[in-house]
Ligand binder design. Structure first.
Ligand SMILES: NC(=O)C1=CN([C@@H]2O[C@H](COP(=O)(O)OP(=O)(O)OC[C@H]3O[C@@H](n4cnc5c(N)ncnc54)[C@H](OP(=O)(O)O)[C@@H]3O)[C@@H](O)[C@H]2O)C=CC1
Ligand SMILES: CC(=O)N[C@@H](CCC(=O)OP(=O)(O)O)C(=O)O
Length: 315
């Protein structure tokens, strides 16, 4: 018997991508909602409760509404929105995060898929905090370069219309320094305070990298770029979806330039460490629609259903 899966928000950017992943799988039966009824709570309630797993690919308010429609204790809900990412009753859908996280995701019926920027930052920071190299009080600063698909249907339409001149160059945003991913960055990064974080959206569809700045003299214990690199390498040694690249990986640069799109169409995160005795940066690269959203959601579903975590995903 195939697993029954419902995608609430099937017409959106994340929903469509999840649909693509699932439609090629023989072990999955996708429950489809009638186009005209896709925002109707009664129709959604029926399909949510008929499913083994429901993905919510909706704005936060609609996600909360959908969770309220679950009236059985069998359906697992995997939510792509920001609504539940630091809720203690939900598992944060990043199995690679820390010891025990994979089991938490596997065993939970409520899984919150991390934000794309947050996945990249948290995967860069958390092992350093857990290893005691960075104190929780460390003042983390980071920026993200992201493709425009992260902004959903409206932003995609604006960029692809090609009529707004300002969209041809990179645009920093969230300059109120209260980006919606800060709470999960703090909470799951193991940090005492929220980072200073400024994303920049560029004129390309997908691909994301978060660069985090480190001052070695502010570490909890003395450490070089090689120590940071060794810490990340050890933490992710058995992870299929996280690659720690060679220290100061010039071979992966094009004449010194970094490729933000290098993980596109995969569910992979590539982690880089560059630096010297005075200054270090880590860079985490992913596909914001892959490991940053739909790929991560499918990985969590696989884990929860007890099938191979990488089923249907490109490493
Ligand atoms: N894009 C990305 O890279 C990522 C997005 N996310 C999160 O995933 C969620 C979806 O984002 P994204 O796919 O980008 O957004 P989109 O705007 O592309 O899609 C959202 C979809 O939800 C539908 N919708 C809105 N309200 C309701 C409702 N009440 N009932 C049913 N459907 C509804 C919309 O309908 P309509 O088509 O009529 O507008 C649209 O199809 C958001 O919470 C976002 O934060 C998470 C990680 C990354
Ligand atoms: C370019 C762009 O606007 N990106 C979105 C992030 C998309 C994402 O992963 O975050 P959510 O899952 O929290 O929506 C932003 O920075 O708000």
């Amino acid at each position: 018997m195939p697993f029954k899966i419902f995608v609430d928000g099937q017409e959106g950017t994340t929903g469509l991508r999840i649909f693509e992943y699932l439609s090629e799988r023989a072990d999955i039966e996708v429950l489809r909602i009638d186009e005209a009824a896709r925002k109707d709570p009664a129709a959604r309630r029926e399909l949510i409760n008929a499913s083994d797993v429901t993905f919510l690919c909706l704005p936060d308010t609609a996600s909360r509404e959908s969770v309220g429609l679950v009236d059985n204790d069998r359906t697992c809900v995997i939510d792509a929105s920001t609504a539940f990412r630091i809720d203690p009753d939900w598992a944060y859908g990043l199995p690679e995060l820390a010891r025990g996280q994979r089991e938490r995701v596997r065993d939970s019926k409520r899984i919150a898929v991390p934000g794309c920027h947050a996945s990249a930052l948290v995967l860069s920071v958390r092992p350093l905090v857990d290893a005691g190299l960075v104190a929780p009080e460390y003042a983390v600063s980071a920026y993200s370069l992201t493709g425009y698909s992260g902004g959903g249907k409206k932003m995609i339409a604006d960029y692809e219309a090609g009529v707004i001149p300002a969209l041809t160059s990179p645009r920093p945003y969230a300059l109120g320094l209260t980006h919606k991913h800060l709470p999960e960055m703090r909470h799951h990064g193991g940090l005492a305070r929220e980072p200073i974080f400024t994303p920049i959206v560029g004129n390309f569809l997908k691909g994301l990298s978060v660069t985090t700045y480190w001052h070695p003299e502010q570490f909890a214990k003395q450490a070089t770029p090689a120590d940071v690199h060794a810490c990340l390498t050890e933490h992710y040694a058995n992870e299929r979806f996280v690659r720690v690249m060679p220290l100061d990986d010039a071979a992966n640069l094009d004449n010194g330039f970094f490729d933000v799109q290098g993980c596109n169409d995969t569910n992979r995160v590539d982690l880089f460490v560059f630096g010297n005795a005075e200054r270090i940066v880590t860079i985490a690269r992913l596909d914001n629609l892959g490991k940053g959203a739909a790929g991560a959601a499918v990985q969590c579903m696989n884990l929860h259903l007890g099938v191979d975590e990488a089923t249907g995903l490109n490493v």
